[in-house]
Design a binder for this molecule. Structure first.
Ligand SMILES: Cc1cc2nc3c(=O)[nH]c(=O)nc-3n(C[C@H](O)[C@H](O)[C@H](O)COP(=O)(O)OP(=O)(O)OC[C@H]3O[C@@H](n4cnc5c(N)ncnc54)[C@H](O)[C@@H]3O)c2cc1C
Length: 456
């Protein structure tokens, strides 16, 4: 097989690497594309898009391959695979980074931290930059520095016609608006340019764990603590069993516990003051909050969500952390059967909430907390856990129904029973505007193997 103008690598079912190349992070996803076009740059991406259009092939676009719904791989079509495009180039004086469309957050943190700079990325370092950015991008630095999309300065995009264009505030501003939250609907992004901020390289970061029995009190305290927290303090609450990581005392491994994971994006001394009340609350099982290299902290939980395990997710924005909401969370969080399943609650606000709602396509800037419920099991445990973890996640979300704020973070949507929630993720107004941009840049909906926004 040959693609005109394509200099990357073509991988078909008869290649030794085919099974590795078609695998995505969620091992429960098992699709067999006809062709994987592993691109070396935007010219290859353009050639692959044109080839797919000419041959009427289903298109999947792969950045980091991390999306739980597995949209980076399709059945019997072409995967436009950017996984070999991971270069990151930093301009330390201008405080910007140019990042290729297949890079992972670990690549970005590694390179930018050499200059004690960073931008808001995800909380697991093997997550892809592209998919995360295009959905909005939430992480520990967002309250201080905004969402990932708030730091996006420009993108190089291969359109559905196979043209290479630049999107920024001055060039194709409608496309630039849509890329900042609207997902992979509008083209293939071959590179991003991000604003960077001074961060670390040493920051005060890490988790504090309390026993699961203390969850109600911890969450009530956390509600008030988070509401008063300075923007520099990013926190994520994790509920589940204690992961068996080397940094955590072995006697705590697999014990049900609630953790508040912190990262202070400022001077360590200021961070110590900001977290003082939290670390004094109740009787923690262990307090691992300490001065840490930011890049190492960002990779600290990588091994708790490994590639190839099976995953099923549910998520929603929360209206707040009322006592009733906390009661539902406490009742359901530890009811999973698989010890690897967990839930995580992100504290939003700060700089995220200060950007006007219509400045980007990311919806839900006013939300203070969202929650993600992650069913996780090993491939060999599917018989034992798949149905039970799926049912647990659905039940948990159902119980949260009266406590939900409208909306859900689009990047936390799973497949199948979440397909109908894309409009919910954006709300009607933003969705309509996205559909108009879609109609202009991809009227045939060539890029539909994603959280799809149809041309309106
Ligand atoms: C363990 C884990 C932790 C996570 N933590 C966070 C977090 O802290 N914050 C957060 O915001 N999100 C987080 N996420 C969600 C994450 O944002 C999404 O899974 C996202 O889709 C990952 O991006 P990716 O490039 O790896 O995706 P992929 O699976 O490669 O792609 C997903 C979709 O994105 C689009 N896409 C990918 N690359 C491109 C490209 N170059 N051009 C155009 N479209 C493209 C395509 O539509 C594709 O179907 C996490 C996910 C996981 C699995």
């Amino acid at each position: 097989m040959k693609i005109n103008g394509f200099r990357g690598r073509l991988i078909t079912a008869d290649h030794a690497d085919y099974d590795t190349a078609r695998a995505v992070w969620n091992g429960a996803v098992d699709r067999r594309p006809r062709l994987i076009a592993r691109c070396g740059g935007s010219a290859d991406v353009a050639a692959a898009v044109r080839f797919a259009r000419d041959h009427d092939l289903e298109i999947a676009v792969r950045g980091g391959g991390h999306n739980v719904a597995g949209t980076a791989v399709c059945e019997d079509g072409i995967v436009i695979d950017l996984s070999a495009m991971r270069a990151v180039r930093v301009d330390p004086a201008g405080r910007t980074a140019r990042v290729q469309g297949g890079a992972l957050w670990g690549d970005v943190d590694h390179t930018t931290q050499a200059h004690a700079l960073a931008t808001t990325g995800g909380i697991v370092s093997h997550t892809g930059v592209a998919g995360l950015t295009l959905g909005g991008g939430i992480g520990f630095l967002m309250r201080a520095h905004g969402l990932t999309v708030d730091n996006l300065l420009a993108a190089e995009v291969v359109t559905a016609e196979g043209d290479v264009v630049r999107a920024s505030a001055d060039e194709h501003p409608d496309l630039f608006w849509a890329l900042r939250g609207g997902g992979g609907n509008f083209g293939v992004v071959s590179s991003f340019r991000f604003a960077l901020h001074p961060v670390g390289p040493t920051v005060l970061a890490g988790p504090i764990f309390w026993a699961a029995d203390d969850t109600t009190e911890v969450l009530r305290f956390y509600r008030d603590f988070a509401a008063e927290a300075p923007d520099e303090l990013g926190t994520v609450v994790r509920l589940g069993t204690v992961p068996p990581l080397p940094a955590i005392p072995a006697e705590l491994h697999w014990r049900p516990a609630v953790a508040v994971i912190c990262c202070y994006a400022g001077a360590v001394d200021d961070g110590e003051r900001a977290v003082r009340a939290l670390r004094r609350f109740g009787t923690p099982l262990v307090d691992l909050l300490a001065p840490t290299r930011y890049a190492a902290f960002q990779a600290a939980t990588d091994d708790t969500v490994l590639h190839g395990w099976h995953y099923y997710w549910k998520s929603t924005n929360l209206a707040g952390l009322s006592d009733d909401t906390i009661a539902v969370i406490t009742d359901h969080a530890y009811a999973a059967r698989s010890p690897r399943s967990y839930s995580a609650m992100f504290h939003m606000g700060g700089a995220v909430a200060r950007v006007p709602q219509d400045a980007t396509a990311y919806a839900g800037r006013e939300v203070a907390h969202n929650i993600i419920i992650d069913g996780v099991w090993l491939p060999a445990e599917s018989g034992k856990h798949a149905a039970a973890e799926t049912a647990w996640a659905r039940r948990f979300l159902q119980a949260l129904q009266p406590h939900r704020a409208t909306g859900v973070y689009v990047n936390f949507l799973d497949s199948d029973d979440d397909t109908g929630r894309v409009r919910e993720a954006y709300g009607d107004r933003t969705y309509r505007r996205l559909a108009e941009v879609k109609a202009k840049y991809d009227p045939d909906n060539a890029f539909h193997h994603n959280k799809n926004i149809g041309p309106g």
